[in-house]
Design a protein around this ligand. Sequence first.
Ligand code: ASP
Ligand code: MG
Length: 470
Amino acid sequence: MRLVMKFGGASIADGEKIKWVAELINRYREHDVIVVTSALKDVTDHLLERADVVAESGRIELVQELIENLRNLHHDAAKIAISDEAILDSVLDELNSRIHRLKQALTGICYLGELTSRSRDYITSYGELLSSPILSGALRAIGVPSTCLTGGEAGIITDSDYGAAKPLVDVHERIRRELLPISSRCVPVVAGFIAENESGITTTLGRGGSDFSASLIGAAIHADEIWFWKEVSGIMTADPEIVPEARNIPLISYIEVMELSYFGAKVLHPHAIEPAIRYDIPVRVLNTFDPDFTGTLVVKDQNQGKEVVKAVTVIEKIALINISGAGMVGTIGVAARVFGTLAKAGVNITMISQGSSEANISIVVEESHLDRAVGAIRSEFRNGVIRELTTDSNVNAVTVVGAGMAGIPGVAARVFTSVSAARINVIMISQGSSEHNISFVVRSQDAEGAVHALHRDFGLDQPPDTRENS
Ligand code: ASP
Ligand code: MG
């Protein structure tokens, strides 16, 4: 089999873990494996945060401090992960020269006091630029021929939209051209998340982008499967921190992953696996620290099994905006103006609902966008139409997800019966006509209770084949 395996930051958080990951990869030696790696846990966040502080404060000692931290972190990891002296030395040399280049860039940013989006991409690329040589060295140290590559070296060439660069149309060909000759000789370890434009300037694919790198590569080389190794047991029926009885979902469709992720489940971003799904490449989410567990298989087809509801999630950090006014009734274009205004203000909308009386529209936005949203609507509708605008940020949204509920009557009734039996008041409801989810807003303090009730009443705490959930 031709396999792309992607390891997240938590899977390679330190030297011991990197060593373990190398051994895990070695188990699959009989296959053609291409590895894609993230940065060591939290390194990207740290780089981003420090780069901002350095640019703002101009304090050069902060550059020194950051560089020392990164050097120690990566040197320590390499020393533990790589047991062969000569290989370790060459990896440390490579790390040192990369760290030196990072230091030069940070110094420039510090003196200029300016961090452009282009330089931000350059700086953040160092998370993966430093992790990939260590993992590749750890593989060589246990006798697995390997080499590390940047995204650009692996053929991932993008436009120059720094921070969220998009691959060029012929990226698949480029990836095949660069990567296949190497993967026939050894196990390439590709730095995820980072790419370059046609002039060779570093770009990044957006936060969490190493999953995207992996599915792009998987699609390009027609991989048999793409395996996302994470520190969790696949995709779960609910957040185990809220619902301890949450279970793994063995099989899920892409559309359900999409619904789940819009509604707060962070395991896989649908955008990140879109290339894999488009080319019909099965995606697995596996647990690095429990590798024999079957995890979750994500497939393109909607699995219209007997299960109607697959998972329940909650989105915190949201806020509700209610706008109303008699002037809205029958007035064409109000909704368009509201949403156009919010889009221009860069507000992300999570849910929308309008009653057929047309006298009010309820919108759920990210809490951090609330002030911007309110300001934008107020100024757009300075003179009338909207009479009243109220907000409430003490709310959470709860979502019930399952592609199987499309066209099945009674699911909404069961959802709201369950919630009302738990004596929880529902503030707003929304269901898209795709019918793959039912979402509703409750007071923040009621959200966990609602999730518990639904999880139990739809039998998600029971093994899938014994559930009465159809
Ligand atoms: N290191 C990058 C980030 O933290 C990409 C990734 O880990 O997927 O966003
Ligand atoms: Mg809130």
